[in-house]
Design a protein around this ligand. Structure first.
Ligand code: AMP
Length: 446
């Protein structure tokens, strides 16, 4: 945020991070700039755990950047928590990035051989090193950032603060979302529009792929040196399927609507004779509503979620993940007893969640369970910031749909057809990356 009105900057940044908690639950941080001095507070844990009222009351300033993290590159420790703050020749810099550099190893190797010392294993530090070096060749930090962007490959939605400027940019393929809003005369940027709504900022527009936006005391300006031909960028399709919150809009397309579209397509492609359509809370709910609308089978609740448990997948170990499903979800016995149920979830990775849910429904008396999955099967890893593991752990890499159905104990199983993904996002004016389903990635990777 860049404040021109006297808002409580730390409080607003906190509220924005709170709205984005679903994007990362390992750590949270805020760096705040008070008259060119940056103060940083970050720790492992949820936003609410990290920032007590006492800590927030000590964070004062007119400009701030914040971050919630779930790890793809680098282990989850407080050292890897973001924002990162460094002091370089021109003063302090704070930076936070959502995404993953696919040429991370190559850049790190080059910097290490140039004498760089690293304190973290995350790629934000690589960008900061490159930026500090580029700044020696040019008079402005934003020009340095534009130079650095030419060397980066992969996904990055980046927010940073120099002593006097708030600067944001999106990678030229626009793989991760980033949007801009205004709160009176102040500027707010966030990964998703749900954060703008939460802080009552008016949505202005998405940051364009490749665009750099600079906000300082003279107002806002942009650099478009790295912007590609319009329509050629590749937003991550998994943002719509799972990652984003369903009340957000990305590239002009509502996430809820996109998810409902998957349900309608599943109802067409994999009809079922059933009494009830239910969604796996939270990210399967919207697709289940779409399936119910498409099939005419009533939509209802079969599962209850304990809201105080985080997203199960984000737990790093398999043991933690299995326990978390049981901690998180329980069955509504009366709603499922004696019924044939269509259960819609957003994805199957290892199969842990679906298998457990099918067995819980059957134990509670469900007659049949027909699983419908609103993502196509995961067949490839993601190198661009979604934690899709290596092929070894992807159930669809080793088993046919029929085999998976048996392993889950389901009565039938249908995945979103990959060739119909474009129909779920009819309103976007760009391409999308479906590399985790097809192996076609917009960048090469190491
Ligand atoms: P699994 O239990 O391993 O089959 O994982 C599937 C569950 O994890 C689904 O219910 C999704 O909601 C969630 N999920 C899938 N992909 C991801 C991801 N990349 N990051 C976080 N959660 C995910």
């Amino acid at each position: 945020m860049f404040d021109n009105d006297g808002f409580d900057v730390a409080g607003i940044t906190y509220a924005g991070l709170f709205a984005l908690q679903h994007r990362g639950q390992e750590s949270a941080g805020i760096a705040i700039n008070r008259e060119r001095e940056i103060t940083l507070y970050k720790n492992t844990g949820l936003v609410q755990e990290v920032f007590t009222p006492d800590i927030l009351s000590k964070l004062k300033g007119r400009m701030a950047v914040g971050h919630v993290r779930y790890s793809t590159t680098g282990e989850s420790s407080v050292l890897n928590a973001q924002p990162l703050v460094s002091r370089y020749v021109k003063g302090q810099l704070a930076m936070a990035v959502n995404g993953n550099l696919s040429n991370y190893q190559e850049l790190k190797h080059r910097l290490a051989w140039d004498g760089a010392i690293f304190q973290t294993t995350n790629d934000t530090e690589i960008i900061m090193h490159l930026l500090a070096r580029a700044r020696m060749k040019t008079g402005r930090v934003e020009t340095a950032l534009s130079m650095v962007m030419k060397e980066l490959q992969g996904s990055y939605s980046l927010v940073m603060m120099s002593p006097q400027k708030l600067i944001v940019c999106r990678d030229p393929k626009g793989m991760r979302p980033l949007c801009m809003g205004k709160l009176d005369n102040s500027y707010v940027f966030a990964s998703e529009t749900c954060a703008l709504d939460t802080v009552r900022a008016e949505y202005i527009r998405d940051v364009e792929p490749g665009e750099i936006i600079i906000v300082d005391k003279d107002g806002m300006r942009t650099i478009r040196d790295n912007c590609p031909e319009p329509g050629t960028s590749s937003i991550c399709i998994f943002e719509y399927l799972y990652f984003a919150r369903s009340d957000s809009y990305i590239e002009g397309m509502g996430v809820h609507e996109a998810r409902k579209n998957t349900g309608k397509i599943l109802a067409e492609t994999y009809p079922a004779e059933a009494d009830l359509v239910a969604g796996v809370p939270d990210s399967g709910i919207d697709a289940a509503i779409g399936y119910a609308e498409g099939s005419g089978i009533p939509y209802g609740k079969a599962l209850v979620i304990n809201r105080y448990v985080g997203r199960t997948f984000i737990q790093p170990s398999q043991e933690q993940r299995s326990t978390a499903v049981r901690l998180k979800i329980n069955v509504l016995r009366d709603a499922v007893k004696g019924k044939r149920i269509v259960l819609v979830d957003d994805s199957i990775v290892r199969g842990t969640t679906s298998a457990r849910l099918v067995s819980m429904l059957k134990e509670a008396g469900a007659k049949e369970v027909h699983m419908r999955i609103s993502s196509p099967p995961f067949l490839w890893p993601c190198y661009f910031g979604t934690d899709v593991p290596s092929k070894e752990h992807l159930i669809a890499c080793h088993h046919s749909v029929d085999e998976i159905c048996k392993m889950l104990g389901a009565d039938s199983l249908g995945f979103m057809p990959v060739e119909r993904l474009s129909e779920i996002v009819p309103d976007i004016k760009c391409r999308y990356c479906d590399g985790c389903f097809t192996g076609n990635y917009p960048y090469t990777h190491e």
